[in-house]
Write a protein that binds this ligand. Structure first.
Ligand SMILES: Nc1ncnc2c1ncn2[C@@H]1O[C@H](COP(=O)(O)OP(=O)(O)OP(=O)(O)O)[C@@H](O)[C@H]1O
Length: 289
């Protein structure tokens, strides 16, 4: 198919006085996997719900498969919401049969890994297996667009890799995919990224584009615990990753001075920020501004 599968044109959604999505524009083309990033509450789910016609926009317009997200177009999309949208009191097979009936398509096969669980109630399955069922349900009618809201949240690494194989296969077959994630390794598997903060689009493109000129400082010291405490006490946005200390968006001289005052010798090196650090900087700017 040609043309974008999803498009938002300056779309805004307000809840009372609160603006959850603020004049957001974006697209997803067939065959691409677009990652939608943003801290909790950034507006990702609200945007998705508008794109899929599940929530009205306050201003602006959305397009699903080239037009308004009406019933006919919605029948050509697959959606795995955060809560999975499965019938928890039905078995795996009953869920597959029910959704196939609703779409008027043949009942999909139960994946081999879930064969032994085919007669188990969905609510009794591990979260990873539930997510797999939700994927099978979402894909049964061969949608042209796939929207996945944190599809691998809370699942183990193997199930996550499996779900990503499925996502990539779908894109290779021409499906346009929009996926929200909190895992940065997953963001790196996307063809393109969109970063939202406080309802707005604040970055787009590759990982490098998203990070922009945000810098961080890496602090190495055997006294890492004391260094972390000293920086934290000074109100500096410090991140502990194992024993490595990272400080986004802060002047190395400030860090030097805090550690010096605390009597801690450290190697202080300016480095490029990560996507998470960029998000932390944005979240702090939002909270303070
Ligand atoms: N129905 C609603 N009524 C009032 N406020 C809402 C409603 N739905 C969402 N919000 C608010 O809009 C903001 C954006 O929420 P949204 O769920 O879109 O964020 P998100 O980026 O998807 O977050 P998460 O990563 O936690 O899912 C939040 O502050 C949320 O509380």
């Amino acid at each position: 198919m040609t043309g974008e599968v999803l498009r938002a044109r300056s779309v805004t959604r307000k809840f009372g006085d609160f603006t959850a999505v603020d004049s957001m524009s974006m697209t997803v083309a067939p065959g691409e996997v677009v990652g939608l990033l943003g801290a909790n509450g950034a507006g990702k789910t609200t945007l998705i719900r508008m794109l899929l016609g599940l929530l009205a926009a306050t201003e602006g317009a959305v397009e699903l498969l080239g037009g308004p997200p009406d019933r006919t177009r919605r029948a050509r999309m697959g959606y795995v919401p955060q809560n999975l949208g499965l019938y928890r009191d039905l078995t795996v097979e009953e869920n597959l049969a029910f959704s196939a009936e609703a779409y008027g398509v043949p009942v999909p096969g139960v994946p081999a890994e879930l064969h032994d669980a085919r007669n188990t109630l969905v609510r009794e399955l591990a979260l990873g297996s539930q997510r797999q069922v939700a994927f099978v349900v979402a894909l049964a009618h061969e949608p042209n667009v796939l929207v996945l809201d944190e599809p691998t949240s809370g699942v183990d690494a193997l199930s996550r890799a499996r779900l990503w194989d499925t996502i990539r296969q779908q894109a290779d077959n021409g499906v346009g995919v929009l996926v929200t994630t909190h895992y940065m390794e997953e963001a790196q598997q996307c063809d393109r990224l969109l970063l939202m903060s406080s309802g707005q689009l604040v970055g787009a493109g590759s990982e490098d584009d998203i990070i922009g000129d945000t810098r961080a400082v890496a602090v190495h010291t055997p006294e890492w615990a004391q260094a972390f405490a000293a920086l934290n006490d000074a109100g500096i946005p410090v991140i502990l990753d194992g024993r490595a200390i990272r400080v986004p968006d802060t002047d190395p001289a400030t860090i030097d001075s805090v550690l010096d005052s605390a009597g801690i010798a450290a190697d202080i090196r300016p480095v490029r920020a990560t996507i998470e650090e960029r998000m932390l900087v944005l979240a702090r700017a939002g909270a303070h501004g």
